[in-house]
Write a protein that binds this ligand. Structure first.
Ligand SMILES: Cc1ncc(COP(=O)(O)O)c(C=O)c1O
Length: 340
């Protein structure tokens, strides 16, 4: 069996910051996309998974045969499912009906066991039902270990040690703002803590979707996986951000489609949210470089946010088309700029 700490170290790698030139409303907005799809399991959650598992291992060694259970909308699960077999442990993922099909298939293919929660929590999602299921499973099986991503400070700590410093180093002195999506809030809280200490001049923008209560919104229907939550983040207080933005899901999907058309790059829906939030703030150049966290890639969303059939079924097809048309009318276009 491989050394546990070595497995953890190997699972986290630096991801690229790609520079993009964006034209919008007569101005040019240069920004960086922090491409977390290049992480070892394809999302920002590799970092979170290692933070959480390392904490569990330090509390009590994760000996081979241990079952680790976690409620996940997908990406944390993919990271856990990749890492845990390498140290001889099993992964039990509590997912829900909104988890993308390709993610569920990938989890199963990697040997994870799945419990699919189909009971909505009455707050626009499944989170509270998923957490109830995790608690029940742990009570019935006292040997199970729960990483508890919604409450465990080891998650944000990992981002304050890796994601935040990488962004600061890659963007350099011109860095003026960071836009990061919020679900548990761990990614944003960690980046924000690092910026507060290392670059207090940089604006920290927390990005959520309408229908999410993760920041200040009211819970309701949400369609984009990965971002948002049915309840407020336990990691973020108003002092942790300079601005908090709620993005309409159809608008975020429109931005995803335009990025894809212009750059050939498919990003996940939460990345569309961060870029949409950036556009809302910038009607002209501000002289600095903003960074948008692209928490994952778009491949696993081909059947959802990139699919017309799906947007029709969701009743938002016209909204997405209208948003694309409006943004194009406002002059939105993207081209690659030199890379960091
Ligand atoms: C695609 C995507 N975006 C954003 C986030 C938000 O991360 P956090 O839970 O750290 O707030 C996640 C978390 O799963 C994600 O998978």
């Amino acid at each position: 069996m491989r050394d546990v700490e070595q497995v953890f170290r190997d699972a986290v790698r630096d991801t690229p910051l790609r520079r993009v030139r964006c034209r919008y409303r007569g101005g040019t907005v240069p920004f960086g996309l922090k491409m977390e799809a290049h992480g070892s399991s394809g999302s920002v959650k590799d970092r979170t998974a290692v933070g959480l598992l390392r904490q569990l291992h330090q509390e009590r060694p994760l000996v081979p045969g241990t079952v680790v259970v976690e409620s996940t909308s997908g990406n944390l699960g993919l990271a856990m499912a990749r890492i845990l077999p390498e140290i001889g442990c099993e992964f039990l993922a509590v997912v829900d009906l909104k988890t993308p099909g390709p993610t569920m298939r990938a989890l199963r293919d990697m040997g994870a066991r799945l419990v699919v929660v189909d009971e909505p929590d009455g707050r626009g999602g499944y989170l509270l039902s998923r957490l109830e299921t995790v608690r029940r499973l742990c009570a019935e099986n006292p040997g199970y270990r729960w990483t508890n991503q919604y409450e465990n400070p080891a998650g944000p700590r990992m981002h304050s040690r890796t994601t935040g410093p990488e962004i600061v180093a890659q963007a350099g002195p011109e860095l003026s703002a960071v836009y990061a999506p919020v679900s548990t809030g761990g990614t944003f809280a960690g980046i924000s803590a690092h910026l507060r200490d290392a670059r207090p001049d940089v604006a920290r923008v927390a990005v959520d979707v309408t229908g999410s209560a993760a920041l200040y919104g009211d819970p309701g229907q949400r369609r984009i996986p990965g971002i948002g939550a049915s309840r407020p983040s336990l990691f973020i207080t108003p002092g942790d951000y300079d601005r908090a933005v709620l993005v309409e899901d159809a608008e975020a999907m429109a931005v995803c489609r335009i990025l894809h058309e212009d750059l050939g790059l498919a990003v996940g829906g939460s990345s569309g949210c961060t870029v949409r939030a950036l556009l809302a703030d910038h009607e002209g150049p501000d002289g600095g470089l903003s960074v948008c966290l692209a928490a994952d890639g778009g491949e696993k969303y081909r059947e959802t946010i990139y699919s017309d059939e799906w947007t029709v079924a969701q009743g938002i097809h016209e909204d997405v088309l209208r948003a694309v048309k409006q943004l194009r009318y406002e002059g939105l276009s993207f081209t690659w700029a030199r890379s960091a």
